[in-house]
Design a binder for this molecule. Structure first.
Ligand code: SF4
Length: 178
């Protein structure tokens, strides 16, 4: 991978922070999966979410076949951060940036496995569980669906979920192998 070229391209995008690191340093936790199951209305409704993505151990094993990670963070300002629906609509720009960066890596012949925010929203109605995913190449499972405890990684790089006011910080992990 030509990292110098990639970093030049990253600096042209509205990314507030990016970090490269080893996949082995990610923390996978069954507790994250338990929160998906108990707190998220998307649990069991999408190919991008558990249980469709597999067990945490299966997700971890899949992730570790990609030895490196590129973490991306973007920010967006919303009208009212307490309005969950409105806030989630604002993630479209972050998803597009994740898609662009994933494309930049793939243009270099790098194999990638992107994990992004929340749940897939490409189709109005997900085919899960009746039929196969309509867009497996464009669908990004969410970070938490794989049991990744992102707070550990953010602490390591001095990042914060809380930017203050109505500013939301979004994160993606693009796992990759050359
Ligand atoms: S691309 Fe469509 S079918 Fe596939 S996970 Fe997303 S919403 Fe579901």
């Amino acid at each position: 991978m030509d990292r110098v070229l990639l970093e030049e391209q990253l600096r042209e995008l509205p990314i507030v922070q990016y970090e490269f690191f080893e996949t082995a340093s990610l923390t996978f936790s069954q507790r994250v999966r338990a929160v998906c199951q108990s707190d998220c209305p998307r649990y069991g409704t999408s190919w991008a979410c558990p249980p469709a993505v597999g067990t945490v151990e299966e997700c971890r094993a899949r992730c570790l076949t990609y030895p490196r990670v590129l973490l991306l963070a973007t920010m967006s300002e919303v009208a009212d951060i307490a309005d969950l629906e409105g806030t989630l609509e604002a993630r479209a720009d972050h998803e597009e940036i994740t898609r662009q960066v994933n494309g930049l890596l793939r243009d270099q012949g790098v194999e990638t496995y992107p994990l992004s925010t929340e749940s897939c929203a490409i189709c109005q109605q997900c085919t899960y569980p009746e039929g196969p995913c309509r867009h497996p190449d464009r669908m990004f499972p969410c970070v938490e669906s794989h049991g990744v405890l992102l707070t550990d990684t953010m602490e390591r790089f001095g990042m914060d979920f809380q930017a203050g006011g109505n500013v939301v910080t979004w994160f993606s992990l693009i796992l990759y192998r050359d």
